[in-house]
Design a protein around this ligand. Structure first.
Ligand code: ADP
Length: 449
């Protein structure tokens, strides 16, 4: 096992990694920007080191400074968390060059799965279902038109190097496809330094279902089943749950098995998530693979009893996954609500500032992953998520009731949070019935005329 790990992140995930390291008997070094200098979780780390000013480019996204911090503090490994540099092959490569273990995949595996065209090819070869569409990047307009006629409109143009929901164009007819192709490629070139685009079938009504994977350095991979993350706003997940309601378990099992095959084929080690859209018939189509631990990993931890963050550290240290697929048991139901410092009544305007009241829920089956304490000041520089409230119960109905209860106990002020939105959603009859689609929340929030 490692002696000392550097945590190249902030907020709740930095704290989550500190906790995992402590349970493993590993020392922690947590980096921070000057905007986070008073963050309370820094005191829980064995050491904290400033890596620059507030803007992420000069701190949490600065590879040279992070490597320098790792060398100065003499760590064996770096955990990137999620966001920031977690999916940057050059960061994984820089760690390797400096003989520091990157807690995550190799740059090669990350590169392959991070490129959407390459990833789709790997998926197809392993039998993972993907959207019908072009097999390679589009070389000429006529080819794209031919493929679109074949699969039928609407189609979506995507950048092979795209990410964060950017660079996608939905086309309902040939004329739009023709004039959007060039625009999409130019935008992709400008945004991602790679103009390659491809097209695939666009699904109008879909649910977001993703599969949690773990792979190790000995060539093994297992799946920890699915999470349903269909409740989204602007492609950002708002509520996640596991198991997903009303899913054909036989179809899902087949998809999970082929996803494990894909992870093995990619020689992938660490935690990964294969994201899918699921159509009204219960069929799956892969969107992408996230090559890191996800924000919503706790729901899977609660239903499987497997600590995904500890597993990622053990795997990086060379240990085997240690759990056989047949040992993975799903117990009960878990739901996570992301608590953001935003005002849902004012168009989700960020609500940074000092938190005076922070009265947290507790009791059976309630978990709160948050770095906030009373008096904490939410810096304006970063993501607005200030915590994740997760509940676990025997059944979905009980988990919903438990979440409603926990949300009622949760008092935060004077800043605004999304707690009020979650209260509304947990009581929503469509959500309670299970199986809302990915556009549900946006329709619900649209002002009534
Ligand atoms: P990114 O890497 O930019 O997040 P994704 O491929 O994961 O891109 O797609 C982002 C979102 O766009 C998805 O969560 C989904 O809402 C929508 N989307 C992507 N592809 C399709 C598709 N073929 N049909 C319908 N919606 C899609």
């Amino acid at each position: 096992m490692f002696k000392r790990v550097l945590i190249a992140n902030r907020g709740e995930i930095a704290l989550r990694i500190i906790r995992a390291c402590q349970e493993l008997g590993v020392e922690t070094v947590c980096v921070y920007s000057t905007a986070d200098k008073d963050a309370p979780y820094l005191k829980l780390a064995d050491r904290a080191i400033c890596i620059g000013p507030g803007p992420a480019k000069e701190s949490y996204l600065n590879i040279a400074r992070l490597i320098a911090a790792a060398e100065v503090t003499d760590v064996d490994a770096i955990h990137p968390g999620y966001g920031f540099l977690s999916e940057r092959p050059d960061f994984s490569a820089a760690c390797r060059d400096c003989k520091i273990e990157f807690i995550g995949p190799t740059p090669e595996a990350m590169q392959m799965l991070g490129d959407k065209v390459e990833c789709k090819k790997t998926a197809r070869a392993a039998g993972v279902p993907v959207f019908p569409g072009s097999e390679d990047a589009i070389e000429d307009e006529e080819e794209a038109v031919r493929i679109a006629r074949d699969i039928g409109y609407p189609v979506i143009i995507k950048a092979s190097a795209g990410g964060g929901g950017r660079g996608m164009k939905v086309c309902h007819n040939e004329a739009t496809l023709r004039n959007q192709l060039r625009v999409a490629s130019q935008e992709a070139q400008a945004a991602f330094g790679n103009g390659a685009v491809f097209i695939e079938k666009y699904l109008e009504h879909a649910r977001h279902v993703e599969i949690q994977m773990l792979g190790d350095k000995h060539g093994d991979a297992i799946y920890l089943w699915e999470r349903d993350c269909s409740m989204q706003r602007r492609h950002q997940k708002v509520i996640e749950e596991a198991p997903g309601p009303h899913i054909d378990r036989d179809k899902l099992r087949k998809v999970c098995e082929s996803a494990a095959k894909m992870i093995r084929a990619a020689k992938y080690h660490g935690a990964a998530t294969c994201e899918f859209l699921m159509d009204g018939r219960g069929d799956f189509y892969m969107l992408e693979v996230n090559t890191r631990v996800q924000v919503e990993h706790p729901v899977t931890e609660l239903i499987t009893g497997i600590d995904i963050v500890k597993a990622s550290i053990r795997i990086a240290a060379g240990e085997r996954i240690g759990v056989k697929q047949s040992d993975v048991q799903v117990r009960g139901h878990a739901i996570e609500c992301r608590i953001n410092a935003e005002d849902p009544d004012k168009g989700f305007r960020p609500s940074a500032g000092k938190i005076e009241t922070w009265q947290v829920p507790g009791g059976p089956g309630v978990r709160l992953d948050s770095h906030v304490v009373p008096g904490y000041v939410v810096p304006p520089n970063y993501d607005s998520m200030i915590g994740k409230l997760i509940v676990h119960a025997d059944t979905r109905d009980e988990a919903l009731d438990r979440m409603a209860r926990a949300l009622r106990e949760f008092k935060v002020g004077p800043i605004h949070t999304t707690i009020s939105l979650h209260q509304r959603l947990i009581e929503n009859t469509d959500f309670r019935r299970g199986g809302v689609d990915i556009h549900y929340l946006e329709r619900l929030l649209k002002p009534q005329k």
